[in-house]
Design a protein around this ligand. Structure first.
Ligand code: SAM
Length: 324
């Protein structure tokens, strides 16, 4: 029996409206998208196979909103937690109706597919367009930490799309479920855990440390968003580079500087942390107000660092360069 027959027959036996129901089951088993109590928006939901799976997995305390330009027959679902909208997702009014119906959602899942022309590049480009629409809807309605699933046909614009999905999520993965036909070029991009942060990775900013974390790092907040700042104390004002951004919190590093060894500058301060240096260049992180040396040149011994020793170092002040 071919894979097509197998999933087709299984869907008939198990009362699923479409064999694609098994794709969502498999994606969810791999990537953990649907949990009890979740609110889910299902784009391209007709005839309703994904709706049935999503409704089962979010359970009676969850909610699923299906959207399609085609009519979706009402789901006689025991949990009565499914509603539908008939509309084209490329029409702004459909997006307005979605946002009016649901607030912050936990997942946006899209199995949208264009009407096939048989022309590979065109079908690919149209599927990328629909996946980008799904990403736009996700940016409108997904709560921080929420997930996106978007179907797309493989082709030359897939990498660009994948990287655009990666940006607002903690990470992206590409899944090819077994239930997809062998002959199909479809894959599903899964954006995991939406990041909704007022800062971006690599950004430099000056922050006030207002609390201490359990691990001993300082905590600063930017528009209510928590940043962990190593080697600081409450009351410090420091310049940091954002190192990694997660949903709800991020990590920073103290801004570092490169000092050319031929220069002369006397810096007196406390060694706070040794940071690995590349090549022969010596790097410092300096808190400009107090000129506190956060880590020292490579010749300083580990013992010095551990003792928080006061060190001096000769270099020219005017030859200090920020290290990017
Ligand atoms: C593969 S089917 C979805 C099957 C569905 N996931 C299920 O399990 O029953 C693709 C759907 O995408 C819908 N679609 C395509 N373009 C759309 C658009 N611009 N707006 C809304 N729905 C769209 C089609 O009408 C079609 O029903």
């Amino acid at each position: 029996m071919t894979d097509k027959d197998m999933y087709y027959n299984k869907a008939k036996q198990e009362d699923y409206r479409a064999r694609s129901a098994y794709k969502l089951q498999q994606i969810d088993d791999i990537a953990n998208i649907l949990s009890g109590g979740n609110t889910v928006v299902d784009l391209g939901a007709a005839p309703g196979g994904w709706l049935q799976v999503a409704a089962d997995r979010v359970g009676p305390s969850g909610r699923v909103l299906g959207v399609d330009k085609q009519r979706i027959d009402p789901l006689d679902h025991e949990n009565r937690n499914v509603s539908t909208i008939r509309g084209d997702i490329t029409d702004e009014r459909t997006i307005d109706r979605i946002t009016a119906e649901v607030g912050d959602v936990d997942a946006v899942i899209s199995d949208m597919a264009p009407d096939m022309t048989g022309e590979y590049d065109l079908d690919h480009a149209r599927s990328v367009h629909l996946a980008r629409q799904a990403l736009a809807v996700a940016m409108d309605v997904l709560a921080p930490g929420g997930d996106l699933v978007a179907k797309v046909f493989q082709g030359r614009d897939l990498d660009g799309l994948r990287s655009d999905v990666d940006d607002p999520f903690e990470y992206v993965r590409t899944i090819s479920p077994d239930a997809s036909r062998d002959s199909s070029s479809e894959v599903f991009l899964v954006g995991k855990r939406r990041i909704d942060a007022p800062v971006t990775e690599g950004e430099t900013l000056t922050v006030d440390v207002t609390a201490m974390g359990e691990e001993g790092d300082g905590i600063a907040t930017v528009d209510g968003y928590t940043l962990f700042v190593p080697n600081t104390e409450i009351g410090d004002t420091v310049t940091v580079v954002v190192d990694s951004v997660k949903p709800g919190y991020g990590f920073t590093e103290r801004q570092t500087w490169a000092i050319w060894p031929c220069c002369e500058l006397r810096v007196l301060g406390m060694i706070k942390q040794r940071v690995p240096t590349a090549g022969t260049q010596t790097r410092f992180a300096i808190e400009s107000r107090s000129l506190r040396v956060v880590f020292d040149r490579s010749t300083a011994s580990q013992t010095d660092c551990q003792r928080d020793a006061v060190v001096s170092y000769w270099a020219c002040l005017n030859r200090i360069h920020r290290h990017d």
